[in-house]
Structures are given as structure tokens and as C-alpha cells.
Design a protein around this ligand. Structure first.
Ligand code: SAM
Length: 288
């Protein structure tokens, strides 16, 4: 019986039993492995790092999509960078108000093989008429693109391999260039208990380009080490502080069904523990 050991950290690892090997090969960009595990369902791994599992993906995708969309209230155009498994797209297309979604994914094979082996992730979202898929490097795209967006979601791999460029100051500055006034950038920012330096450096990059920036959090079991952080940057401070009453109204009006997200979780997610606040140079009374 085969087992998979994650190689994200040198000194610590999670292990899965591979109950059924579905796919393993090198794409033009990365090593891709998809297998079934009795506890987590289908699991996708890129370059030895767990990307997504059928069991817990809803937490990650709902929080990275719905928090900025409901905070903003008038998102019409969305840019997703990465996200080849289609889970983010599935959550974004739930919003009828959104009229255009561009997704820039570097690796066509991740999309094709996710549609084949992880169909519960995209649930047909790649076929939505509002969606435009671009196969390109996300940094190159934001550096040169002429379009602007109300929301940019960086649904990237960790800063290893092709995803490294999505954790640089130039990437954050280029995203800012593509945002409409009052637009929001959200990013996957790893697990601070294990990757505190990543949060620290992202804090510096966000602070350099946005007048309002912070992180919010959720615990996703297969991103091991406790809660993960999502980066938040905007020039509109009020959006991060959108009231519970407004969020409740927007959520109810949307008619969207979720399994993790709700307005109370949304508000609470911006509260960060002291060790994270210390790392990003903020005080607890500045948070909410
Ligand atoms: N939820 C996941 C996590 O937190 O690890 C991320 C999943 S999603 C599969 C990550 C995607 O980012 C992959 O499909 C990968 O091909 C894509 N990606 C990596 N580097 C990229 C880049 N520079 N531009 C666009 N997409 C990129």
C-alpha cells in the first residue's frame, strides 16, 4: 500500500494513505499527483505539497471568495490567479451580480485533470458564460493587462516553483494597478504558525501599496499547523470593517448556500492572535 508524505517542510510532514492512485505525471510546470484517500476523498498534490482535498476545500474556497465579495457589495468583475482546480471559480460564479470573471492559470493540465478527476471542485463552473480562462503566468498578466477588476483573488500554490513570483512586491504592486477604485486584493498566505516569515513579508508588500491592509483567517485541516491566513489589501478601509448587519443583508439577498461562510464567521475572521499581530507590526485594538 502506497503512502504520500508531504514535503512542504523539511522537519515535519503529514502523511496520507493512497487508497487509489488516479494520476501522477509531470506537467510542463510541476509534478502533479491525484489520489483518493478514505478520510479526505480525492487529494491533489503539486510538487509534493497538498493543494486541495474534497473533504475540506469548501473552507478555503468559501473564505477566499465570499469574504471580499460580501464586504465590497458591488463586485462586478473578478480576476482569479491560479486556482486551476476550479473550486474558487465554483464559489465566485454563485454570485449573479458578477458579470465577468477572468481566471489566469499557468498550467492548462491542472485545469484539464481537475475537471476529469476532481469534478466536485468546479461543478461545471469552467463552462459558465461569464468566465474567460487565460493560460499564462499570473504576474505577467497583471503587469501588462489593460482590464481592471473590483476583486483580485490570488489562489496560488505556496511560494515554491511557479507560484514564487506571486509572493513578490512587484506582483502586489501590479495587482494594485489592475484594481478599480475601492477594489480588493485577497491572497492565500499560508499557515502563520509554520510560515510566519511569509506573513511578515506579505505584510510589508501590502503596506507598501495599499492604504488599508490586514489578514484574516480560517483553519483548513490539510494545510497543517493550525489556522491559515489570507492577505487583504484595499484603498477603501471601510470594506474590511463592513458591519455585521450589512453582511447579513447582503448574504440573505444573495440566496447563496454555504457550508463554512456566514456573516459572523466573516467578521470574526479578521481577529488575529497576538503572535501574528506582533509579526505584522499591528496592535490588537487596530483590528476591527
Ligand atoms: N488552494 C491551494 C493552496 O492553498 O495550496 C492552491 C490551489 S490551486 C491548485 C494553485 C494553482 O496556482 C495551481 O493550479 C498552479 O498551477 C497555479 N499557479 C502557480 N503559479 C502560478 C503563476 N505564476 N501564475 C498562475 N497560476 C499559477
Amino acid at each position: 500500500m502506497n503512502r504520500f508524505f508531504e514535503t512542504l517542510y523539511d522537519s515535519y510532514s503529514q502523511e496520507f494513505r493512497i487508497d487509489e492512485l488516479l494520476y501522477e505525471n509531470k506537467t510542463g510546470h510541476q509534478h502533479l499527483l491525484i489520489f483518493h484517500n478514505a478520510s479526505f476523498g480525492r487529494v491533489m498534490v503539486l510538487d509534493g505539497v497538498v493543494q486541495t482535498t474534497e473533504k475540506d476545500e469548501f473552507i478555503y474556497h468559501e473564505m477566499l471568495a465570499h469574504v471580499p465579495i460580501f464586504a465590497h457589495g458591488e463586485v462586478g468583475r473578478v480576476l482569479i490567479i491560479g486556482g486551476g482546480d476550479g473550486g474558487m471559480l465554483r464559489e465566485v460564479v454563485k454570485h449573479d451580480r458578477i458579470d465577468r470573471i477572468t481566471q489566469v492559470e499557468i498550467d492548462q493540465q491542472v485545469i484539464d485533470l481537475s475537471i476529469k478527476y476532481l469534478p466536485k471542485h468546479s461543478q461545471g463552473a469552467f463552462e459558465d458564460s461569464r468566465v474567460n480562462i487565460v493560460i499564462d503566468d499570473g504576474y505577467r498578466f497583471v503587469k501588462t493587462c489593460e482590464d481592471t477588476f473590483d476583486l483580485i483573488i490570488s489562489d496560488s500554490t505556496d511560494p515554491i516553483g511557479p507560484g514564487e513570483v506571486l509572493f513578490t512586491p512587484d506582483f502586489y504592486a501590479a495587482c494594485k494597478r489592475c484594481l478599480n477604485p475601492g477594489g480588493i486584493l485577497v491572497t492565500q498566505n499560508g499557515v502563520p504558525f509554520m510560515q510566519l516569515d511569509e506573513v511578515k513579508s506579505t505584510a510589508g508588500y501590502l503596506a507598501a501599496v495599499f492604504s488599508d491592509w490586514h489578514f484574516y483567517n480560517a483553519a483548513v485541516p490539510t494545510y497543517v499547523g493550525g489556522m491559515m491566513t489570507f492577505g487583504w489589501g484595499s484603498d477603501q478601509q471601510m470594506l474590511r470593517k463592513t458591519s455585521l448587519a450589512t453582511l447579513v443583508t447582503r448574504f440573505q439577498r444573495s440566496g447563496i448556500t454555504t457550508r463554512y461562510y456566514n456573516p459572523e464567521i466573516h467578521r470574526a475572521a479578521f481577529a488575529l492572535p497576538q503572535y501574528v499581530l506582533a509579526a505584522i507590526g499591528k496592535q490588537s485594538n487596530e483590528q476591527l
